[in-house]
Write a new protein. Structure first.
Length: 618
């Protein structure tokens, strides 16, 4: 959806793709998927990924048959040696599922858990990564380090909910939210992909609160935007890059509306090439289905290592292109869980082992790109009429032309992108419709993520928000990278909030053209609750477009959903937007918010999350 034929819009379109409107997506049966192409970093062209398959086979052979669970150093591990030199020989290696002699004899008592082993290793080695492997996934490992236990802040204040003034800003090991236990690391694959992640435990009750997995969109944008600008435990201060000195804690401030007030939160830089993530052999990902495999394996390893969170449940969440990512990621989890259940039944068992199941409970999508056939035509309605709640920003002459294309695009996109999928025809139509319906607004230079803002900060590379530059500068600090175990600039270069080459690869694969609402329906049929929320001021993934596909959604709970009429919801007595709920699906708009709703309306966004977690209607 970024491929606009107007040359003056090319730069703008690439930036717009960063948060969810790239012209991408491919039919599972299309030639793109059959050939399994991957971009070659050295030549700039696409080549067959046979070398990755060979490496995968070598890895499985090197690891061999898994023996009894154990922990060791990696100097004798052939898999680690193949993966490269990023794991020092003194790193601790833990094979999962892990069960110590103590744990097996103490019936689940708090013996020497994997968490404790990682913490001890981090403390002993000055923050070196431990290596987690899994006998079922020999092609994947996780490098992880413990950043902070949160004990210093708790001891000083007696509580987790401390103010910025109460932080010890002279502590060189303090990071983001020193009042909670925090972790970071990389998911490493045998074909050379390394995906960076952060993990922060809940401020409330980590042992009871769910795990919330967050990804930003793009495709190609780092979840550092979600972490440090929107809903993370801390925010990078506006202008901090000009004056912040000293330990890494300087330059950030506590976010009182962080979503880890009620959830253990994971932020991931995916797919490879995004944020701190990088590739060693030039292997990239160009479609969401491929990305979902890496995410699934990470979740399996995570819950195997942090098994105390398993019974709390998992929420897959994100925004923008997350409207494409999350339905596919969740479907991967649900289908794999079902496969294990069927396998267990085949072998006479009532259910699979707990460790084999990823405990997905719900999916949460904010300002998502989910169904272009219904969302693209709504650009006219949002920018040329009052239906979106704002005055028309375009001229009558422009809107008269747009109305013609709006009607044609609504009809043709439905036929070729949804009813009888034709990848090439859909891509061509989408390019024209994007140009005629969104391109006119894009040429105004206004903020595509907030119709009321004139984008003084510039779209590239700041995405119209001045704090974006501060986040980039903060994450380029050598001491910050060292503390969280991110690869240095000498290895992967300067930090970029959005990598437009990643977006181009997804565009080449036509990744966004598919109707992902069908996956949403499939999740609802399998008792996965879904929350779709949209900031009302967003243009690019506006609420009219999202509402169009939500209200047309077909699943067995549709009648229950529509039986509960649209109503207003409130926070602290103030109007917060509209909502509708039923059949496992919740729809909500957030009044006064744009594309990054938790940034614009943090209190309302957090209240929405709390009510959703509690099973309440908004």
């Amino acid at each position: 959806m970024a491929r606009l034929p107007v040359s003056s819009l090319v730069s703008l379109a690439l930036s717009v793709a960063a948060l969810g409107i790239a012209n991408t997506g491919a039919s599972p049966s299309s030639p793109h998927h059959q050939l399994s192409f991957q971009p070659d970093a050295s030549s700039g062209v696409f080549t067959h990924a046979q070398h990755a398959d060979d490496l995968l086979k070598q890895a499985a052979s090197a690891v061999g048959q898994a023996g009894s669970a154990s922990s060791s150093t990696v100097q004798d591990d052939p898999f680690r040696q193949m993966m490269g030199s990023f794991a020092p020989s003194s790193s601790l290696r833990i094979e999962l599922p892990y069960e110590s002699v103590e744990a097996s004899s103490m019936a689940g008592a708090a013996a020497r858990s994997v968490e404790q082993m990682i913490i001890e290793h981090s403390n002993k080695t000055g923050g070196m990564h431990a290596i987690l492997t899994h006998r079922e996934f020999p092609e994947v490992s996780v490098r992880i380090k413990h950043i902070s236990s949160g004990t210093k802040a708790k001891a000083a204040t007696g509580q987790v909910h401390y103010s910025a003034a109460e932080q010890d800003r002279s502590d060189p090991d303090a990071f983001c939210d020193p009042g909670v236990s925090s972790w970071s690391g990389y998911i490493d694959t045998i074909d050379g992909k390394s995906l960076f992640f952060y993990f922060f435990e809940s401020r409330s009750n980590p042992d009871k609160d769910p795990v919330l997995f967050w990804t930003n969109g793009g495709p190609g944008c780092s979840s550092s935007l979600g972490l440090f600008q929107e809903l993370g435990p801390c925010r990078v201060e506006l202008g901090s890059s000009k004056h912040a000195t000293g330990p890494p804690i300087n330059g950030t401030e506590v976010n009182p509306y962080a979503w880890n007030t009620r959830a253990n939160t994971i932020f991931i830089d995916q797919p490879v090439g995004v944020g701190y993530s990088y590739t060693r052999y030039g292997v990239h990902v160009g479609d969401t289905e491929s990305a979902s495999h890496d995410v699934y394996k990470f979740l399996r390893i995570f819950f195997s290592a942090f098994d105390r969170f398993h019974d709390n449940g998992l929420i897959l969440s994100g925004e923008s292109y997350g409207g494409r990512y999350l339905p596919i990621f969740a479907s991967e989890v649900v289908d794999r869980n079902q496969a294990y259940e069927l396998q267990a039944q085949k072998h006479g068992k009532t259910k699979p082992s707990k460790e084999q199941i990823v405990p997905l409970k719900s999916v949460l999508i904010g300002n998502g790109l989910t169904d272009i056939s219904r969302q693209v035509p709504q650009y006219y309605d949002f920018t040329c009429t009052k239906k979106g709640g704002f005055k028309p920003y375009l001229s009558i002459e422009q809107c008269t032309r747009m109305k013609v294309y709006r009607d044609k695009c609504a009809k043709e996109l439905a036929v070729h992108c949804r009813e009888s999928y034709n990848a090439d025809k859909c891509a061509d139509l989408n390019m024209v419709c994007q140009s005629e319906l969104f391109g006119v607004y894009a040429q105004t230079g206004r903020n595509p993520y907030d119709i009321t803002d004139d984008c003084k900060a510039g779209l590239t590379p700041n995405l119209c928000y001045p704090v974006s530059a501060d986040i980039r500068n903060y994450l380029d600090r050598d001491d910050v990278r060292s503390l969280i175990g991110a690869a240095p600039k000498s290895q992967i270069g300067k930090f970029r909030s959005c990598n437009f080459e990643v977006g181009a690869s997804f565009e080449w694969h036509y990744d966004s053209l598919l109707d992902n609402s069908r996956n949403i329906a499939g999740l609802l049929e399998r008792d996965i609750d879904v929350l779709i929320y949209v900031g009302e001021k967003d243009v690019i993934c506006n609420w009219l477009g999202n509402k169009a596909w939500v209200m047309d959604l077909e699943w067995s709970g549709k009648d229950a959903f529509h039986a509960n009429k649209l109503r207003r919801w409130r926070v602290d007595g103030d109007d917060a937007g509209e909502t509708q709920h039923g059949g496992g699906l919740t729809w909500a708009t957030i009044k006064g918010a744009g594309h990054m709703a938790p940034y614009d309306k943090p209190a309302a966004s957090l209240a929405m999350l709390h009510r959703f977690l509690d099973g309440e209607t908004l």
